[in-house]
Design a protein around this ligand. Structure first.
Ligand SMILES: [Zn+2]
Ligand SMILES: [Zn+2]
Length: 316
């Protein structure tokens, strides 16, 4: 714990005195209770044994009769001889170091031109997306005629197949047959590797001396956490083919006949009811749902609500 000698300013004549000096050398006034000690940045460490003994003795006290500053070790006032008794000691204060103020990085002169370009391009991109969005969602009305009606129904056929996969060993599916394994970095973690002594402030010892205040702060390190990865084989249901049925409008819709092998099963079903609509300038293939589709007949005319110039949302 480094001890440094502070300074104080005489409240009577303004002279700055050393912390070890109990009275002003200019006017003779004793330092009163309103005096505050300060520590100059380049104050040297105290090595003199007598000064160190005074620094460690504790805060000085102020005589209740003549206000003279007395070292902690004195039992009687060196000015008037009064006993210390209930005389108040000067306050011992801890003064924390101001934390470092993070400097705002100034933009480099050479990058400002580049920065403008980047901003310009970003704005251009935004404008482009906004325009695209406008055209994609813009709706318009258009007269159309039903030119054709088509339906289709399909069923996926899945088969149990052996597939090769890779992943963390502890996340392998049940029934997986591990082929090989190896170590890989899965995550990182913060580990305390020790402590360092950091100066966090100074202590005003209330007697003209200061001492440095240290704190042990933890030191951390980022460490890689390894784990076992593996390659395995496992049986999974995989779509191997899709059976399909289709036909024109007005016909009873049906699901395709499935002819399943021993290791096969039925997968996802899908249904589509398409109306081919001839507009003024183009033909639309539109799926408005099978219920609506059933009410349509080839040759009928409607007003179509078209979104983005390509999708029919509604027929009226
Ligand atoms: Zn003075
Ligand atoms: Zn006194």
């Amino acid at each position: 714990m480094a001890i440094r000698e502070g300074k104080w300013r005489c409240t009577n004549c303004g002279r700055v005195e050393r912390g070890s000096q109990l009275a002003c050398l200019g006017c003779g006034a004793t330092r009163d209770e309103n005096v505050t000690f300060f520590l100059e940045e380049d104050a040297a460490e105290v090595t003199d044994a007598e000064l160190l003994r005074r620094a460690e003795a504790g805060a000085e006290w102020l005589c209740e009769y003549c206000s003279t500053s007395n070292p902690a070790l004195e039992k009687k006032c060196k000015q008037c001889g009064a006993e210390r008794e209930q005389a108040r000691a000067r306050e011992v204060k801890e003064i924390p170091l101001a934390g470092p103020v993070p400097a705002m990085p100034a933009p480099a002169a050479s990058s400002s031109g580049c920065f403008k370009w980047v901003v310009g391009l970003l704005l251009l991109g935004l404008a482009f997306c906004a325009g695209l969005g406008y055209f994609a969602f813009r709706e318009s009305d258009e007269p159309v005629t039903v030119e054709n009606l088509e339906w289709s129904r399909s069923i996926d056929v899945e088969a149990l197949q052996t597939v090769r996969e890779e992943g963390w060993l502890d996340e392998r599916p049940s029934g997986a047959r591990v082929l090989n394994r190896w170590q890989a970095v899965r995550s990182t973690e913060r580990v305390q590797v020790g402590t360092e002594r950091v100066k966090t402030g100074v202590r005003d010892k209330g007697n003209g001396f200061f001492e440095d205040v240290y704190e042990d702060q933890p030191v951390y390190d980022e460490r890689e956490v390894k784990d076992t990865r593996a390659a395995w084989e496992v049986e999974r249901w995989v779509t191997v083919r899709t059976e399909k049925a289709d036909g024109p409008g007005g016909e009873e819709r049906y699901w395709p006949q499935l002819d399943l092998d021993r290791n096969e099963r039925e997968g996802a079903r899908k249904e589509e009811c398409i109306a081919v609509l001839k507009g003024a300038s183009r033909t639309y293939r539109s799926d408005l749902g099978c219920e609506r589709w059933q009410q349509l007949a080839v040759g009928e005319s409607f007003t179509a609500r078209v979104q983005g110039g390509s999708t029919v949302k509604e027929l009226r």
